[in-house]
Write a protein that binds this ligand. Structure first.
Ligand code: CDT
Length: 303
């Protein structure tokens, strides 16, 4: 019997700084209900889905910064999302800013969780590749302060859930082949990722015209070279006057985009993913065991 999982990339239009969490959660719930109508089993939400992409602002006051973080998950604001997903028997991936307390120390991460159809958290990923910078750069039209607000996560895992092997990564991770390969080496058949990408890249504005091409290029390559599906959910549209690229999509292990967002608003992108097609690539063209030669790759981890 073939294993087919119908999934949705739940693109979000802009989330403004003034938007209340409960209103954003209402939009996520609307996505869940539409996903159920379209027979989905799993819904993928963007990176930092509950708030505006706050690393674009320089802040010094930790109390102000912490207002964008969640100290518990679920919490009062997100409980309705978990309850509705359980009622609909839908699994989901959610990106959010995590404030974590351990041994008397507070940590801040850019995190995603995998939640099963019974509303249990079955996987957690903390972003590894933190782009941007740590100090205020006033010459920029807007900041990208992920290196100021977050600590790096430890690495990439793959979880067995929904009769599939599922990996997670976040935004800038998708530009690095190592992210996919480490998940590929663990057998990932479906890689879930959320992203927030401004249309304008201040350090090299000449790249701007290629932003969507590069967005899809890296994910299509990552999917194909590892024989995995990729489900990618973006924020889109003008968020706090900063245009975000959107382009949410679902990519087959063949490398082709099989479904893609057409708008820069809240939009559900749906596809049925044949997980056995992932296995077909893993056993032929990208049979790691037969064809990779790790002794030739030591520079990748040594350098
Ligand atoms: N959120 C995130 O990682 N965004 C980056 C923006 C470009 S680097 C400043 C990305 O890779 O899409």
């Amino acid at each position: 019997m073939t294993r087919v999982l119908t999934v949705a990339a739940a693109q979000l239009g802009p989330v403004q700084r003034s938007d209340a969490r409960k209103d954003v959660v209402g939009r996520l719930i609307a996505h869940l209900r539409e996903a159920k109508k379209q027979d989905c089993a799993l819904v993928v939400f963007p990176e930092l889905a509950l708030t505006t992409f706050f690393p674009r602002w320089f802040m010094n006051d930790q109390q102000e910064i912490d207002r964008f973080f969640e100290s518990e998950m679920p919490n009062q604001d997100t409980r309705p999302l978990f309850d509705e997903a359980k009622r609909l028997q839908l699994a989901f991936m959610l990106g959010y800013a995590e404030r974590h307390s351990e041994k008397g120390r507070i940590h801040h991460y850019n995190t995603s969780i995998l939640v099963d159809s019974q509303a249990h958290i079955v996987g957690k990923y903390r972003k590894v590749h933190l782009p941007g910078h740590a100090e205020h750069e006033p010459q920029r039209p807007f900041q990208h302060l992920e290196q100021r607000y977050f600590e790096r996560g430890e690495g990439f895992s793959v979880w067995e859930a929904f009769d599939a092997k599922i990996g997670m990564c976040l935004c800038n991770d998708r530009r690095w082949p190592e992210s996919y390969r480490v998940m590929g080496l663990q057998g990932a058949e479906l890689i879930l990722l959320g992203y927030n990408t401004p249309k304008h890249y201040p350090p090299a504005p000449e790249f701007d015209e290629h932003a969507m091409f590069h967005n899809h290029l890296v994910m299509q390559a990552g999917a194909h070279q590892n024989g995995s599906w990729v489900v990618a959910a973006a924020k889109a549209g003008n968020e706090e006057d900063i245009p975000m690229i959107g382009g949410s999509c679902i990519i087959s292990p063949s490398g082709h985009i099989v479904a893609q967002a057409e708008t820069e608003s809240d939009e559900l992108v749906v596809a049925s993913c044949d997980l056995d097609l992932a296995q077909r690539y893993k056993h032929t063209l990208f049979n790691f065991q037969s064809h990779r030669y790790p002794p030739a790759y030591t520079a990748i981890s040594n350098q």
